[in-house]
Design a protein around this ligand. Structure first.
Ligand code: NAP
Length: 324
């Protein structure tokens, strides 16, 4: 049996791994079979992660996280968790390939998933002009007319990035003001390829084999009109990925995993949660990383109380560092 298993490979998961590995707890990190690195893998330039004054590309940042975690002895497994047994002193984590791993503690840091519009056309047209990832698919829209849906930082970032390829980018937002930060808003307003369509939602997506346009519905008057498009990017936020722990861990009304105060302690002893799965508000790479560090420290305390000598030593070191 291992000391600790970390599920998730975003900033929270890898930071937890760095801390746990430095505490000699030899963490096993389950990184998923396809989406290693979390949301930052779909991001372009990250300008607000401290330590990188010139900015850094999201995927490059995640490579650094992983290298740092592995340098101290984190073992990374590229597979999906299909089942969890979290009650009792031995936690069991079952993977898609049939392997089962056991640990005394688990840190759950699976992040969040793109929110969907909830339209029936979404499933059919996904990958055929309908996308949730500008950095993955933007290249296919050279000199095309496309639209981004949403009014937050993601929508501004995607729209701005897509102007590198597209000839015209509409931003379709359901209200008449944006949720995005001022700097991201201004960058989009200043971009002459971007045009905002306010107070509008998507009533339908047109196209059988590929997106050809949308029906826009005015959210104030209810009027509908058509808009021809070659592509549509959805950037309306994310929902915490908690499906594996439904019925096992307590959740908040917002759908995140409930934790004790400012800690990472979930409703089950020995199970800790970090990053977007516990945070409906900030959802930044840096806050997720901080949350991952907290989860590893909480797990160290838990393991130390169970008599784990490496964890006890790490706890002493941390407490000594606080006193001095
Ligand atoms: P978000 O801040 O939650 O914004 C989601 C946007 O989509 C809102 O404008 C919302 O409209 C709209 N929306 C939600 N559901 C919708 C629906 N069903 N139909 C139409 N519109 C819908 O999500 P986000 O933009 O993905 O950002 C998430 C977090 O990541 C934020 O904390 C953000 O700061 C951060 N982030 C940071 C950066 C950066 O700093 N470089 C980049 C990307 C994301 P309303 O405004 O009406 O609610």
């Amino acid at each position: 049996m291992r000391d600790i298993i970390i599920i998730g490979s975003g900033p929270a998961g890898f930071t937890a791994a760095i801390y746990a590995a430095r505490a000699q707890l030899k963490p096993l990190l389950i990184a998923s079979s396809v989406e290693i690195g979390g949301e930052l893998m779909n991001t372009t330039e990250v300008e607000n992660y401290p330590g990188f004054p010139e900015g850094i590309m999201g995927p490059d940042l995640m490579t650094k996280f992983q290298e740092q975690a592995e340098r101290f002895g984190t073992e990374v497994v590229y597979d999906d968790v299909v089942e969890l047994e979290l009650d009792g002193p031995v936690k069991r984590v079952k993977l898609g390939n049939g392997d089962e791993h056991e640990a005394a503690a688990v840190i759950y840091a699976t992040g969040s998933a793109y929110r969907k519009l909830g339209l029936p056309e979404e499933e059919v047209l996904s990958g055929h002009g309908l996308s949730w990832c500008a950095t993955c698919d933007g290249f296919f829209f050279r000199e095309k007319t496309i639209a981004v849906i949403g009014g937050g930082d993601s929508a501004m970032e995607e729209a701005t990035f897509l102007t590198r390829f597209a000839s015209k980018v509409y931003v379709i937002h359901r209200r008449d003001s944006l949720k995005a930060s001022k700097i991201m808003q201004q960058r989009a307003f200043d971009n002459e390829k971007i045009e905002f369509i306010w107070n509008s939602e998507i009533a339908a997506i047109h196209g059988t084999e590929a997106v050809t346009g949308v029906t826009l519905r005015d959210t104030v008057t209810g009027d509908e009109r058509g808009l021809d498009l070659d592509g549509l990017f959805v950037a309306i936020g994310n929902d915490p990925r908690t499906h594996l722990v439904h019925g096992k861990l307590d959740l908040t009304p917002e759908g995140t995993i409930a934790v004790e105060g400012r800690t990472s302690k979930t409703s089950l002893p020995g199970v800790f949660a970090a990053g977007d799965v516990i945070d409906p508000h900030y959802r930044q790479a840096i806050t997720a990383a901080g949350s991952g560090a907290a989860a590893a420290l909480d797990a160290e305390h838990y393991l130390a109380a169970l008599g784990n000598e490496n964890a006890a030593e790490a706890v002493l070191e941390t407490e000594f560092a606080v006193i001095t």
